[in-house]
Design a protein around this ligand. Structure first.
Ligand SMILES: Nc1ncnc2c1ncn2[C@@H]1O[C@H](COS(=O)(=O)NC(=O)[C@@H](N)CS)[C@@H](O)[C@H]1O
Ligand SMILES: [Zn+2]
Length: 480
């Protein structure tokens, strides 16, 4: 895209909503001008961030006994309508295909909003005995949800283009419960690799996934204090197994219903990474997902221009050989314009070489996360760059963790909760019964996000609604 088109300056990050929208455009991640609401276009640079992010997701799933598969997009109405709870939860969100050409279809076909009802009729045909367990498949596909709330690129889409959904099958409820716990650990690791700290909580019963026994969720706190649900893990019990008749022969010969889980991550993973690490100058990308990890900028003066360029090309080749994604910007832009462009794109490390650096046999390394400048001896360039990547990742993660922890407020009164959720997540005691929960939500004007999966320093407290004794605190937050 022509440089000129991007005259607009990036708003400061504290104007988060405008900053976010402008950044998707100026860093060439997404073009939101596609003429269907809730559908957006991935630019090549954004698509490279997506590819690198989903390579991490695949690596972590493939190394934990999952296998990637692929199921069809269209689901026949009779299959989709089988599980009552599931339908209730999705009937307002499903897109239907009703014609093939000019012929009306005898059975309307749903565009998958999620794939339980596409996959489980196949699981029924595949599963015979307990020896088939655990079955742990996932797919990374586009799914469609007719979202009526405000749509936003990467955050709330009608076409979820990067929907990683895992669907596992087990003999017992306890085995499925163990899988839920494993999935939460895997998701936490995926987000650590993206430098994104997370909150882990059990959703209140009235907010669980349609057809599930319970839902555990991974949330993070966005710069505007609202939480973003960036992953969910559902224990499906044997609900879907009963609906789709998924039975297996137990060791004693009995025919039993299977137990299942499913868990999903979408491009919200990228929305969170961009939002949490970005700054007033644009993207700040964890090196592992940066499409360009190093940009080399030659500082050119009339004399010695050739030597400088030759040294830059040599350094680029050496870094490329070690698998580093490196650009050499030898364009005729002024150095300042180059800094602006590559900082906008979140390139973790800039290397500058001028005639004097050449004489000293060094390059000047500038970190995108801290801005600090350091000289690196040219012979050590490969190892120095790698060690800086680790330092940058660690710094991004620690900074984000400190920020998240500073946005969790232990409250005693509902009034205090109302005030604190403007900045982040409040915790408040809750006796656990639904009436009190709904009264709380009503008085606060925000939802119970969930019950923390790990509860530190538990102590006897009183439910602020009924006064009942409880050791449980819940997260309250404004959410996306
Ligand atoms: N409209 C949407 N746009 C972007 N991401 C979404 C959207 N709806 C859901 N997600 C993301 O997708 C994740 C999984 O969606 S879900 O409905 O909670 N769970 C499922 O669909 C289950 N079948 C697990 S795969 C959510 O945690 C959320 O991070
Ligand atoms: Zn109560």
């Amino acid at each position: 895209m022509a440089e000129s088109e991007k005259e607009a300056a990036l708003p400061p990050k504290e104007e988060f909503s405008e900053w976010y929208n402008e950044l998707l455009w100026m860093a060439e991640i997404m073009d939101v001008r596609y003429p269907v609401k809730g559908l957006y276009v991935w630019y090549p640079f954004g698509f490279a961030i997506r590819r690198n992010t989903y390579n991490i997701i695949r690596e972590i799933l493939d190394n934990s006994g999952h296998q990637e598969a692929l199921f069809p997009l269209l689901i026949p109405e009779n299959e989709f309508m089988k599980e009552a709870e599931h339908i209730k939860g999705f009937e307002d969100e499903v897109y239907w295909v009703t014609h093939g050409g000019r012929d009306p279809l005898d059975i309307p076909l749903a565009l998958r909003p999620t794939s339980e009802t596409a996959i489980y009729p196949m699981y029924k045909m595949w599963i015979r005995s307990h020896a088939d367990f655990p079955l742990k498949l996932y797919q990374i596909v586009n799914t469609f949800r007719y979202e009526t709330k405000h749509t936003r690129p990467l955050i709330r889409l009608r076409e979820i283009t990067s929907f990683k959904e895992a669907h596992t099958v087990h003999a017992t409820w306890e085995d499925a419960e163990a899988q839920v716990k494993e999935a939460i650990k895997l998701y936490t690791e995926i987000y650590r690799r993206l430098g994104v700290p997370v909150l882990r909580s059990r959703r209140p019963d009235w907010d669980k996934f349609p057809g599930a026994d319970y839902t555990d969720a991974i949330d993070t706190i966005m710069p505007d204090g609202k939480t973003l649900q960036i992953g969910t893990v559902h224990h499906l019990g044997d609900n879907f197994a009963r609906t789709f008749d998924i039975k297996y022969e137990a060791p004693n010969g009995e025919q039993l219903y299977a137990h299942q889980t499913c868990y999903g991550i979408s491009e919200r993973s990228i929305a969170a990474t961009i939002s949490i690490h970005g700054d007033d100058k644009g993207l700040v990308l964890p090196p592992e997902i940066a499409p360009v990890q190093v940009v080399i900028i030659p500082i050119i003066f009339k004399k010695e221009a050739e030597e400088v360029l030759a040294a830059c090309r040599d350094m680029q080749e050496r870094l490329k050989k070690t698998g580093i994604r490196v650009e050499l910007d030898a364009s005729d832009l002024r150095p300042g314009a180059k800094y602006y462009k590559w900082e906008m794109k979140g390139v973790p490390l800039r290397l500058e070489i001028g005639p004097r650096d050449l004489q000293n046999n060094v390059a000047v390394a500038v970190r995108r996360d801290t801005g600090e400048k350091e000289q690196i001896p040219l012979p050590e360039i490969e190892t120095s760059v790698r060690s800086r990547f680790e330092a940058i990742h660690e710094n991004l993660y620690q900074k984000a963790k400190t920020e998240l922890e500073s946005r969790i407020f232990e409250c005693m009164e509902l009034e205090e909760v109302k005030e604190k959720i403007q900045e982040g997540v409040a915790t408040i005691p809750w006796c656990g019964n639904k009436e009190c929960g709904l009264v709380m939500e009503d008085r606060i004007g925000a939802g119970i996000l969930g019950i923390p999966l790990e509860q530190k320093n538990r102590r006897k407290e009183k439910c602020p609604v009924c006064g009942g004794e409880t050791e449980t605190r819940v997260y309250i937050a404004r959410t996306y």
